[in-house]
Every structure is written in C-alpha cells, then in structure tokens.
Design a protein around this ligand. Structure first.
Ligand SMILES: [Zn+2]
Length: 385
C-alpha cells in the first residue's frame, strides 16, 4: 500500500517523498490505513519501493499487497501520467462501489480507472470490478504485469483463456488490444489485432516500447505495419497442425479428432478454408479448426443452404457470451466473419439477405503438398498494406 493517513488526518503518498523524509517520518509519525483505520508501518529498503504495511494478522482488504513489482509498476505508471500533465490519483477509494483502482485519471470530464494487474484473479472478480467502474461512469483500463506476458516468438504470444478476457476494444476505429507493463524493464507491450490460433497462441502485431518514449494516447493508436510475418506464422502453425498430432490432446481436441475420423477426414488433407484466422476467435471456446470444420461438414455440406442464424445456433456451445468480455464495446460475430471469408473464396454465395448457398464441394486434397500449396494461396488473401 502506498498511501496512509497521518495522525493529523493528512493523506501521505510515500513514494512521492524523498528517502530522508520517509526515514524522518518513520521515527516521528504514526500512520493509519484509510480503510480499516488500523496502525500501519513504513517499510523502507534499498531495493524495495517504500510502502505501508499492515500488522501481520490484519484482515483488512488493503493488507494483501501484490508485492514489490506491482507497487513499483503502479508508481511508474503514476509518474508517467503525471509527467504528461494529467491529474491522476493513486489508490483512491470509491465508496459507492467499494473499489480502489490503482490509478484514477481525470481527463476532459472523463474518469479512467487504471488497474495494474500482476497477480492472477478470477474471471468473475475481473468482470465484477470492471462492471463496477462502468456502472458509475468510469472507463476501466487493465494493464497486465509484464511477468504475465509469455512471448513465444518475436510476434507471437501465449495468452491463457483467462487472460484473453482482458482484451480491450473501445470502438470500431481502434484495434482490439492487450496491454502489459514490465516494472523491471520499464517497457509497455501492446498486442493488437492478433490472430488467435488454437486456444492460447496469438500471432502478430506486438509492439514493445520504453514507457518514456510513449504518451498515454499512443497506447490506443493502431500499429501500422504489413502483416507478412503474421501470415508466415499462421502458415507455420497450420503446417504443424497438418503434420503433427498434439501428444496430449484435451477432451475437446480428442473428441474432434474422433469426429473427424468418423467423417473419413484427416487434418493433413483438410480443405484450406478450414482453420482460417478470425479476428474475434477469442470469443470461441474451441480452436478455429474445430468449429470451422463442423460448420463446413455438419452444416454446409448437409444442408447446402443456410442462414447466419442457423450457423450461430449450430455453434452456440462454442461461443462465449459477451458479458465475459466487459472491455469490448464493439460487436463481434466470429461465425459471420467466417461466412464472409467463405463467400470471398466463392465456396458459398449469399443468395438473399444472410442466406448462403454452397457453391463448391469441400473435398480433401489428394496429398499433403497440395494442401500446403492451397494454404499459401488462401492466406495471400489476408495481406494488408
Ligand atoms: Zn487496512
């Protein structure tokens, strides 16, 4: 905790004081927790950031700190915003919702709560806290601790299904984004419009910059670069998908493999239009190859003429409801996105409003080489810039 109340009732923010001042205060003043009013002590060390600590057995909600890394990051972000002229408060308690955001920023009549989240919290807790801010007109932004960012490649992240709930999408002009800050390297990482392959691997559009070279508004700007690397990584993933079986498949994956086998298909020669990147794949509970192949074989091939709502109904068990992504303010329809791609490739045609008809049979390729060749062809469609 960085803030406490002194005997004379004044709020003291420790990291904003000089070290000499802090040491002097420690021996001359008493401090109390703004929440439980218990006495708290000042902790100073060479490496650690100065902070207030409760007595060991305290039951106060403010006594469970997230550790030094979190406190350091919080104060870094505070100085960063303050340095740009923003009015910003640290650890302000909001009694209406009984929440205490790490930072509360005031700008153009808007209030922004910034949560710097290093420890894991449940999705339920995350949703409750986010909706709490929104209910009282505060815009929440969640910046994840850099230690939570798992980089697999230059442009490839591993994001757990739990962390995927931290996706932000403010409006259609902006990209969907995940934010990270590392209190050790002092860098902000922004992952935008990544393609989720499987359930955890996100490909492309990662930018990592020193916080000192960024302004607050910059973190919302679209990263503009071509997506050659993203396409290359996707093709690499797809090749792996065709060639190798997962050694310990999850229940979903095992079921899917069985289903595929019963339909006499094999991943190595599946049509290239199965396992395509979908921008809002994060809403789906199974990997792209799973639901896309089911739409193709169990719906399109059997019914030949379908509506968007047939497809959505068919996939209902694979879609996560919108309230699980409270930082997304835009509408996303993964199934619709997929149908649009299928019509772009002339596999289906929109015959009337949101009704689609199968145009080309979906056949397995004769060889793996042919499949890989078609994957390349199809993926060239996704080139931007
Ligand atoms: Zn307390």
């Amino acid at each position: 905790m960085l803030k406490a109340i002194s005997e004379d009732g004044k709020m003291t923010v420790l990291p904003l004081l000089s070290k000499e001042m802090v040491i002097k205060l420690r021996s001359t003043q008493m401090f109390f927790c703004p929440n439980c009013k218990e006495k708290v002590i000042i902790r100073v060390g060479d490496k650690r950031i100065v902070h207030f600590a409760h007595q060991r057995k305290s039951q106060c909600a403010f006594s469970t700190g997230e550790g030094e890394y979190h406190e350091q990051g919080k104060i870094d972000l505070y100085h960063w915003l303050k340095g740009q002229g923003y009015y910003v408060e640290l650890e302000t308690y909001l009694p209406q919702i009984k929440q205490r955001p790490d930072l509360l920023l005031f700008h153009n009549n808007k209030k922004v709560a910034i949560e710097y989240q290093c420890a894991t919290i449940s999705t339920k807790q995350f949703i409750t806290r986010t909706v709490g801010y929104q209910k009282i007109g505060i815009i929440p932004i969640w910046i994840l601790g850099g230690k939570r960012m798992k980089r697999l490649d230059k442009q490839q992240l591993y994001i757990t299904p739990t962390d995927q709930h931290f996706i932000h999408h403010f409006n259609d002009r902006l990209a969907d984004s995940y934010f990270y800050y590392c209190a050790n390297t002092k860098e902000i990482a922004i992952n935008q419009n990544g393609w989720l392959s499987g359930r955890r691997t996100v490909l492309g559009n990662l930018s990592i910059q020193p916080i000192s070279s960024l302004k607050f508004v910059d973190i919302f700007k679209k990263i503009t670069k071509d997506n050659k690397e993203q396409i290359r990584l996707w093709l690499q993933e797809k090749r792996r998908f065709r060639l190798y079986n997962q050694p310990y498949p999850s229940g979903d994956e095992r079921q899917w493999r069985q289903w595929l086998y019963l339909h006499r298909y094999h991943p190595s020669t599946l049509p290239a239009i199965i396992h395509l990147p979908i921008a809002s794949q994060w809403k789906m509970t199974v990997p792209p190859w799973n639901w896309q192949s089911r739409v193709c074989f169990d719906l399109l091939m059997k019914k030949r003429r379908v509506t968007l709502s047939d497809c959505q109904q068919f996939c209902r068990n694979y879609i996560t409801p919108d309230f699980n992504f409270p930082l997304v303010y835009t509408k996303h329809q993964p199934i619709r996105e997929y149908l649009t791609l299928l019509s772009d490739f002339h596999y289906i045609q929109e015959v009337s409003d949101l009704t689609f008809e199968l145009q080309t049979e979906l056949k397995s390729y004769k060889s793996l080489d042919q499949a890989l060749e078609h994957d390349k062809l199809i993926m060239s469609h996704f080139t931007t810039l």
